[in-house]
Design a protein. Structure first.
Length: 395
C-alpha cells in the first residue's frame, strides 16, 4: 500500500512536537501543538528560547506562534499538552523569574492565565490530574532544560521529593510516593547509598487510575550510565510496585508505556537476541509473564496503542543507511504494514540527545498520525491520515 504523508509545518525553521506518549491535538483534531527552534545542532543554552504555537491541519505549512519558553529540549519539547476540561487551554513548561521550572496555562485568545508549580510532566487521559517530578535532577540533559541546573546532592530529600500529583481542577499538589518509599521497595537497596538518583518518564494509564515512572541511578551524573527500575502506583500512592527492575533492561528494552487495559504495560524487548519484539505484561503479576504482540521490525523503537487498542504504532531507530521506519501493527495477529521510511542522517558531531526520533503520535479518534522528521534536511512535523482499511502483512 502507498501512504501519502503531508508536511504540516512550514519550511522556514525547525519544528517538532516531542514525545510519543502524549497527544498534540486539540479536541477538534484541527490544531496541533508544536515548537519552533532556531537550531538542531546542539543542546539548548541557558536563555535560549523556543516559540510555541499551532499547526493547522486544514492549512498545512502554516504556524501561529502564541508564546515563548526557556524550558525546552529536542526530545520532549516543552511538555505542551491540551487541558481536556478547560476548552482552548494548554500547558507548557517555562522558567519563572525565580529560576524555577513551572507550567504556564495558556488560553487561546487571552494568553497566560495561570502559572503552576511544580511543573507538569504528564496529564491523565480524563484531564483531571497531572504528575510532576524534579526536572533539575535529570542528568541526561536532552530530557531536561538548560536552566534546570543539576543539584549538588546525589540523593534528593527522601521524604519531601518523589512523585507529585496535581489536581487540575484546583491546581493543588501533593507528594504521593516519596523517594524513601521507592528506596524501601528497591530490589537492590544496598547499592543506592553511593549513587546519584532521579526520576523520569511518568505516564498515566488508560483509565487515569495508575501511574508508571522510571527510577534511575548512576555513578557519575556528569557522564550518566544508568540502571533503570520501573515503578507503578495508584494515584494516592497505594499499591506501589516495581514490576520491571533493571535485570530485565540491560540494553534489551528501550521504551515502555501503558497498554490497552488499566494494568497492561507495553514494551519492546530483545530478550531472545533476535531483534526487538513487541510485548505486553500485567504489572500485577510478579514475576513478570510477557505475551508477544508482534515479532516487530528488528531495531528498537517507540510503541503506542491506538485509542481503540486494535492497532499500534511502532517506529525504529536509524539503520545503517540512516533510515527510520514507521509501522502499523495489528494487535490481534501481530501483522504489520510499513507506513513510511524517513531519512534521518544527523550531521557529524551532533550530540545523541539532539537526534530526531519519529516519536509517532495518535489523534484522539485514531484517524491521524504525526511524526517529527528531518527527511528533507530540517526538523518538521509530518501528517498521515490513515485509510479506513489497511492490508497487514505477516512477519
Amino acid at each position: 500500500m502507498q501512504f501519502n504523508w503531508t508536511k504540516l509545518s512550514p519550511d522556514d525553521g525547525h519544528y517538532f512536537f516531542g514525545y510519543y506518549d502524549r497527544c498534540p491535538w486539540d479536541g477538534s483534531e484541527r490544531y496541533h501543538l508544536a515548537l519552533k527552534v532556531g537550531q538542531c545542532e546542539r543542546l539548548p543554552l541557558p536563555g535560549e528560547t523556543a516559540e510555541i504555537g499551532l499547526l493547522d491541519r486544514e492549512n498545512p505549512g502554516t504556524f501561529t506562534p502564541v508564546a515563548t519558553t526557556r524550558a525546552w529540549c529536542h526530545q520532549q519539547g516543552s511538555m505542551t499538552l491540551w487541558l481536556k476540561n478547560r476548552p482552548g487551554c494548554f500547558g507548557y513548561n517555562d522558567i519563572d523569574e525565580a529560576g524555577r521550572v513551572v507550567t504556564r496555562i495558556y488560553q487561546l485568545g487571552r494568553g497566560v492565565v495561570r502559572t503552576v508549580f511544580p511543573a507538569v510532566y504528564a496529564i491523565s487521559p480524563d484531564g483531571r490530574w497531572a504528575v510532576s517530578l524534579n526536572f533539575a535532577r535529570i542528568p541526561r540533559r536532552g530530557y531536561s532544560y538548560a536552566e534546570a541546573y543539576l543539584p549538588a546532592e546525589r540523593h534528593p530529600d527522601p521524604d519531601s521529593e518523589g512523585i507529585t500529583l496535581i489536581d487540575l481542577g484546583t491546581f493543588e499538589s501533593r507528594l504521593i510516593v516519596s523517594y524513601r518509599r521507592m528506596m524501601e521497595l528497591h530490589p537492590c537497596r544496598y547499592e543506592l547509598d553511593e549513587l546519584y538518583l532521579w526520576l523520569n518518564h511518568a505516564i498515566f494509564n488508560c483509565d487515569s487510575t495508575r501511574l508508571l515512572w522510571l527510577f534511575r541511578q548512576c555513578q557519575d551524573e556528569r557522564r550518566p550510565r544508568w540502571k533503570t527500575f520501573m515503578y507503578t502506583s495508584n494515584l494516592d500512592g497505594g499499591e506501589l510496585r516495581c514490576p520491571l527492575p533493571d535485570f530485565y533492561w540491560h540494553g534489551m528494552i528501550s521504551h515502555q508505556i501503558w497498554g490497552r487495559t488499566p494494568n497492561e504495560i507495553l514494551i519492546d524487548a530483545n530478550w531472545r537476541g533476535k531483534g526487538s519484539e513487541y510485548l505486553v505484561f500485567d504489572e500485577r503479576e510478579l514475576p513478570l509473564r510477557a505475551e508477544r504482540i508482534s515479532a516487530g521490525q528488528g531495531p528498537m523503537g517507540h510503541l503506542v496503542f491506538s485509542p481503540d487498542g486494535r492497532t499500534m504504532l511502532a517506529d525504529t531507530y536509524p539503520d545503517a543507511d540512516g533510515r527510520q521506519y514507521l509501522a502499523l501493527v495489528e494487535a490481534a495477529t501481530g501483522k504489520l504494514v510499513r507506513l513510511g521510511s524517513f531519512l534521518h542522517r544527523q550531521p557529524a558531531g551532533t550530540p545523541g540527545d539532539v537526534r530526531c526520533d519519529l516519536h509517532p503520535r495518535w489523534s484522539q479518534s485514531g484517524r491521524f498520525v504525526t511524526v517529527d522528521s528531518i527527511d528533507d534536511g530540517r526538523r518538521g512535523v509530518y501528517l498521515l491520515e490513515l485509510p479506513p482499511e489497511v492490508d497487514f502483512l505477516a512477519v
